[in-house]
Design a protein around this ligand. Structure first.
Ligand SMILES: NC(=O)c1ccc[n+]([C@@H]2O[C@H](COP(=O)([O-])OP(=O)(O)OC[C@H]3O[C@@H](n4cnc5c(N)ncnc54)[C@H](OP(=O)(O)O)[C@@H]3O)[C@@H](O)[C@H]2O)c1
Length: 302
């Protein structure tokens, strides 16, 4: 995709760049990249006050139009709300940036099932939902693109981040397949897979004391966004910021799981503020009355 593709299309509403999670971290830095090039933005997040503040800052700094819509993308209604808002603003999604994401660190058995569901809803389902809402329009216009934000964790199974790493593997796989499907259409599908970036994500996930934060140098959101944006504009399918990540992703193809998974487990093991590793909560046995029907079913099947 080149800049010509991002110019307004006569006869249609004005093109805009829809960025989920555009109020902080990597999403905010990506918003700056697009704004610097003069693109109209539609920012999506839940916190309306933060959205308004971000919009005012970006509009002031780059003299661009910035629209906002407060939506919870863990819900189907939230994704539909983005589509309605875009239409209501009199713009169309020329570029969609699927950036919003959450992480949760710890033993899967200790996780609140609702938190796990919401993580899959935001990190996986919303990516598919929004892409299926906006990609057909891009293809019909023969221009635009989708920029997805995955992670280096998408390249491997990660104990204590089992759902998050699997969700990022989904985003990587989904993006590469769509990049191939849309080849030659004028639409770019691109994915960026950063390693550690200094944002609030890790603290929100409860992973602030994990070893990976000590062992891996942290990128700034601005560094990641600059590289991701540049390579998206040039039509690259996959962006691994930095030589270390490129090498890591290459080498990991040859490291067997019996070595890789324990290493990841060591790096991502949740620890308390004193650095002590945390253990899973002891599981309570289900009461006999609840277990009995299952046991009876198994016996009957024998
Ligand atoms: N930080 C890293 O080390 C790192 C590394 C690799 C990949 N990534 C990926 O990069 C992306 C951005 O991460 P980040 O570190 O920049 O995170 P962040 O600083 O925590 O920002 C997350 C953004 O997503 C929004 N958001 C969260 N839940 C939402 C929901 N339910 N509906 C709509 N918006 C929601 C937040 O706004 P509200 O709270 O107001 O909704 C915020 O704008 C994620 O996909 C993450 O997986 C991060």
């Amino acid at each position: 995709m080149n800049d010509t593709n991002l110019r307004s299309d006569p006869g249609l509403a004005l093109p805009a760049v829809v960025i989920t999670g555009g109020t902080e971290g990597i999403g905010r830095a990506l918003a700056e990249e697009f704004a610097r090039d003069g693109h109209t933005l539609v920012l999506v997040a839940r916190d309306k006050a933060k959205l308004d503040r971000t919009a005012a800052e970006l509009a002031g700094a780059y003299a661009v139009e910035v629209k906002v819509t407060a939506q919870d993308l863990t819900t189907v209604e939230g994704c539909a709300g983005v589509e309605q808002a875009v239409r209501g603003f009199g713009v169309y999604a020329d570029v969609l940036v699927n950036n919003a994401g959450v992480m949760w660190g710890g033993f899967f058995q200790d996780a609140d099932p609702a938190v796990m569901r919401r993580m899959v809803d935001l990190d996986v389902r919303a990516v598919v939902d929004l892409t299926s809402r906006f990609l057909p329009g891009m293809l019909a216009r023969g221009r635009g693109g989708v920029l997805n934000v995955s992670s280096m964790m998408g390249y491997m199974p990660v104990p204590y981040e089992a759902v998050y790493a699997a969700s990022k593997a989904f985003v990587l796989s989904f993006s590469k397949a769509l990049a191939y499907e849309t080849m030659g259409t004028g639409v770019t599908v691109s994915v960026v897979a950063p390693s550690v970036v200094s944002t609030a994500l890790h603290t929100k996930a409860g992973g602030q004391n994990c070893r990976y934060l000590l062992w891996f140098p942290a990128w700034t959101p601005e560094q990641v966004a600059k590289i991701a944006y540049r390579r998206f504009k040039r039509g690259w399918w996959v962006t691994l910021p930095g030589i270390g990540n490129k090498l890591g992703a290459f080498v990991m193809r040859f490291v067997p799981d019996f070595a890789l998974v324990p290493l990841m487990g060591w790096l991502f093991r949740v620890r308390d503020d004193q650095g002590n590793v945390l253990w899973p909560r002891p599981l309570e046995k289900p009461p006999e009355s609840k277990r009995a029907p299952e046991a009876a079913k198994l016996k009957a099947a024998d």
